[in-house]
Design a protein around this ligand. Structure first.
Ligand SMILES: C[S@@+](CC[C@H](N)C(=O)[O-])C[C@H]1O[C@@H](n2cnc3c(N)ncnc32)[C@H](O)[C@@H]1O
Length: 219
């Protein structure tokens, strides 16, 4: 039997509808480079692939990928986020299936999608056990590729965050991960790293890693 889902961490419970709407109104100086990074990662997913975006939040990644021709499904745990996502899809004239899902225990069959995208969640996961469980679920549901963002520990931004938290004597609730740790989780499920993308390497902490099922890298 698989482990039970973990006790809640902040990002699992904080996205009520008002918080979801604030997040969706993310300033362009953050949103635009993030979506450019995502577009670079999408070069590793063949056109027309079926893709699960989890967590979809307000659906900004889902919309960008749907407009690029992917067959998208959007999922998130927060009803407030799903409300914003549904409105966003309707505003773009897109008919995208939306599901409420906990990424720690997806109620989806193995290999349900060609690819799975997980953007801006991993750095909220507080323990190696939860991180390993989430990666296991993403790999189980993806037939070929998993694209996942993480905060790279070897960056100026990660170092600044750690110092700011120490200075304010507050726990840092965003967790940077060495790439080696991430690769280890994926290797356990037969996935290999094909690309690690960054906004600006060694400066920004947001990275996007593209993993591919090992049989695919040999093909
Ligand atoms: C920072 S937002 C990112 C949303 C979206 N990927 C984006 O970039 O706009 C984090 C999201 O993770 C969702 N979330 C947190 N824990 C989750 C879980 N266990 N399963 C599914 N979604 C979760 C939250 O509801 C929230 O929508």
């Amino acid at each position: 039997m698989s482990d039970p889902p973990s006790a809640a961490y902040a990002a699992k419970t904080k996205y009520t509808e008002p918080v979801a709407r604030r997040y969706f109104a993310r300033p362009a100086r953050k949103h635009v480079p993030e979506m450019k990074l995502m577009a670079r990662a999408c070069r590793f997913i063949p056109p027309q692939a079926s893709v699960l975006d989890v967590p979809c939040g307000g659906g900004r990644v889902t919309v960008q990928m749907a407009q690029a021709g992917y067959h998208m499904t959007a999922a998130d745990i927060a009803e407030g986020m799903l409300t914003v996502a549904r409105e966003n899809f309707a505003a773009h004239g897109l008919h995208i299936p939306v599901q409420q899902q906990d990424v720690e225990g997806l109620t989806l069959a193995d290999g349900s999608y060609d690819a799975v995208v997980c953007f801006r969640l991993f750095h909220h996961l507080p323990s190696p056990e939860i991180r390993a469980r989430v990666v296991g679920e993403l790999c189980r549901v993806a037939r070929r590729q998993v694209v996942i963002s993480y905060f790279n520990a070897a960056s100026v931004a990660a170092w600044q965050r750690r110092w700011r938290a120490r200075w304010k004597r507050k726990p840092c609730r965003e967790y940077s991960t060495p790439l080696s740790e991430l690769k280890h989780y994926f290797q356990q499920h037969g996935f290999q790293l094909v690309k690690d993308l960054a906004q600006r390497r060694f400066f920004h902490n947001l990275h996007l890693a593209v993993f591919v099922r090992s049989e695919e890298t040999k093909a």
